[in-house]
Design a protein around this ligand. Structure first.
Ligand code: RRO
Length: 334
C-alpha cells in the first residue's frame, strides 16, 4: 500500500488525480482572502490551500460581529464577503505564483445563486489555473438572500455540479452540508453528476445568545458552528459518505490535532481540512498537526495514512463486532 520502508512516514496523498505533499488542506474562508495569507498557510505546512469562496458579483458580507469563540467552538456569519469572480482570478493567479515554489496545491472555491452561474464561475476561475475547484453548495449564512442552499437537495446539488463539470476540465470537489437529513443521498447525487471529490463538511447552523440581553451575539443572528463542537458531526458525515461513494473525501470539521486527523482518516477521509485550528493553535497549526500525525503513524508502525483510512467503517457496519475503546486512549480537549 505504501512505498516507503518501515520506520519512515509518507504523508502524500491524491485528491482527484492531484498529488498533495501531505493531506492537510486549509479550509475555505480561513486566511483565504489574500495571496500572502494563503502562502503563509503553505509555508506553515499545508498540503493544499483553499481560497475564500467567490461569487459572480462582489459581496460586502454581513455586518460585525461576524465571528466569535463561544467556548466549545466558533460561530461565524461572514455572509460570503468576496471581491467577485473577476477580481478573484487575479488573486488566484498571484497565489499560484507564490505557491509554486512551496509545493502546495491551490484550490479555488466558487458559489452562485443559480446552477448556470455555478458553471460560469467555474469557467472563469479555471482561467487562473487552480489544480482543483471546490464547489460551495452549502454556505449556511446566505439563505435570507439566496433561499435554500443547493446542498439541501440531491437534484439541486447534482445540477450545480453538472454545470461545473460541463464548464471546466479542472477537477471539482463538492462541499456538502451537515444540515441535511441524509447526507448519503447528496453524496451519491454529486458523484453521479461527476464530482471528483467531496469536502465534508461545511459549518452547522447554530445560535449563540448573550445571557444578559437575550440577544443573538452575531449581527446575522444565526451562524455556522465550527471547531471542537463540529468534529463528531463531521466524523459521522465522513463515515456515512465513505460508506456509499468511492471518491476521495476531504474530512473537515474540528480537526485541531494529529489525533483528530487520525480519526478523520479512520472515518474514511483522504484529505484533512483545517480551519478553526488556526484560531486555537496559532499560525503554525499546520506544522503542529502534520508533525503530530507523522509521529502517531510512526509510533503505531504505519508508513502512510492509507493504512488506516476507513478502518472505523467495518465497526459501523457491524456494531456488534466492535468494542468500546479502552479508556486511556479516549481524551477530550481542555
Ligand atoms: O462567508 C460565510 O459566512 C461562510 C461561508 Br461562504 C461558508 O461556506 N461557511 C461558513 O461557515 N461561512
Amino acid at each position: 500500500m505504501c512505498a516507503l520502508a518501515s520506520g519512515s512516514v509518507d504523508l502524500s496523498c491524491r485528491i482527484a488525480g492531484v498529488r498533495l505533499p501531505n493531506p492537510l488542506v486549509l479550509a475555505s474562508g480561513i486566511w483565504g482572502t489574500s495571496p500572502s495569507l494563503l502562502a503563509r498557510a503553505a509555508r506553515s505546512g499545508a498540503g493544499a490551500v483553499t481560497a475564500k469562496t467567490c461569487t459572480p458579483a462582489p459581496r460586502r458580507g454581513h455586518r460585525n460581529p461576524t465571528a466569535i469563540d463561544w467556548g466549545y467552538g466558533l460561530i461565524n456569519a461572514m455572509g460570503l464577503p468576496n471581491p467577485g469572480v473577476e477580481e478573484e482570478i487575479a488573486l488566484l493567479r498571484e497565489t499560484a505564483g507564490l505557491l509554486a515554489p512551496l509545493g502546495a496545491v491551490l484550490i479555488a472555491s466558487i458559489s452562485a445563486d443559480t446552477a448556470e452561474d455555478f458553471g460560469r464561475a467555474a469557467a472563469r476561475v479555471s482561467e487562473a489555473g487552480p489544480a482543483l475547484i471546490e464547489v460551495n453548495i452549502s454556505c449556511p449564512n446566505v439563505a435570507a438572500e439566496h433561499g435554500e442552499m443547493f446542498a439541501a437537495s440531491p437534484s439541486a446539488s447534482a445540477e450545480a455540479i453538472g454545470r461545473v463539470k460541463a464548464a471546466t476540465a479542472v477537477p471539482c470537489i463538492a462541499k456538502l452540508s451537515p444540515n441535511v437529513s441524509d447526507i448519503r443521498s447528496i453524496a451519491r447525487a454529486v458523484v453521479d453528476a461527476g464530482a471528483d471529490a467531496i469536502t465534508a463538511i461545511n459549518t452547522m447552523p447554530g445560535l449563540v445568545i448573550d445571557t444578559e440581553s437575550g440577544l443573538p451575539v452575531l449581527a446575522n443572528r444565526t451562524g455556522g458552528i465550527s471547531g471542537p463542537a463540529l468534529k463528531p458531526i463531521a466524523l459521522r458525515c465522513v463515515a456515512e459518505i465513505a460508506s456509499v461513494v468511492a471518491v476521495p473525501i476531504i474530512g473537515t470539521g474540528g480537526v485541531l490535532t494529529g489525533e483528530d486527523a487520525v480519526q478523520m482518516a479512520s472515518a474514511g477521509a483522504t484529505g484533512i481540512g483545517v480551519g478553526s485550528a488556526i484560531w486555537y493553535r496559532g499560525p503554525d497549526a499546520f506544522t503542529l498537526i502534520r508533525d503530530e500525525l507523522s509521529g502517531w503513524l510512526a509510533g503505531h508502525d504505519h508508513r502512510c495514512l492509507e493504512e488506516i483510512r476507513g478502518r472505523t467503517l467495518k465497526a459501523l457496519k457491524h456494531p456488534s463486532a466492535s468494542n468500546p475503546p479502552p479508556v486511556p486512549t479516549w481524551r477530550h480537549h481542555g
